[in-house]
Design a protein. Structure first.
Length: 150
């Protein structure tokens, strides 16, 4: 995704017009338009001002992905109490149907025992609490998944 597209999406998410952004930054509306169409680029000071205006870091502005940002906001706003009430398997099975059916064919206890041993090993070796141990193992699994996709 281009910087111009990121600027456009960030501005729209904030509900601002090109005129409003231009006024706040002390530039013309045409300048904002040129930035958003990648005809020209804002300098570093202007980029910092845009990031502040859009409530983003410079890194977030450069790599702005509205879907990821919205998901992160939902995660940040979801309390532990609400999260515990959600049936995550059911929620994710709408996107990944295998989650609703694998229990009928996979020897869950066999794999659960193996994962339990891995959790115990991590917990003993590094002194993590139970939740942190689970999160570390989940992150390791995600890393293995990414490396296999290459």
């Amino acid at each position: 995704m281009s910087l111009g597209n990121n600027l456009f999406k960030a501005r729209k998410k904030k509900g601002l017009s090109q005129e409003e952004v231009a006024e706040r930054l002390g530039v013309s509306r045409q300048t904002i338009s040129k930035w958003e169409t990648d005809e020209t680029l804002p300098d570093i000071r202007q980029s910092k001002s845009l990031a502040i205006l859009y409530n983003l870091s410079l890194d977030e502005l450069i790599e702005f992905d509205i879907d990821v940002k919205e998901i992160q906001e939902v995660i940040d706003k979801t309390s532990d109490e609400v999260s515990e009430k959600i049936n995550w398997t059911n929620a994710w099975s709408k996107k990944y149907p295998i989650l609703a059916t694998y229990q009928n064919t996979v020897e869950v206890n066999k794999y659960a025992a193996e994962l339990g041993r891995l959790l115990d090993d991590l917990q003993k070796e590094y002194g993590y609490n139970e939740l942190d141990t689970f999160l570390v193992l989940k992150d390791i699994l995600a890393s293995v998944w990414k490396s296999r996709k290459k």
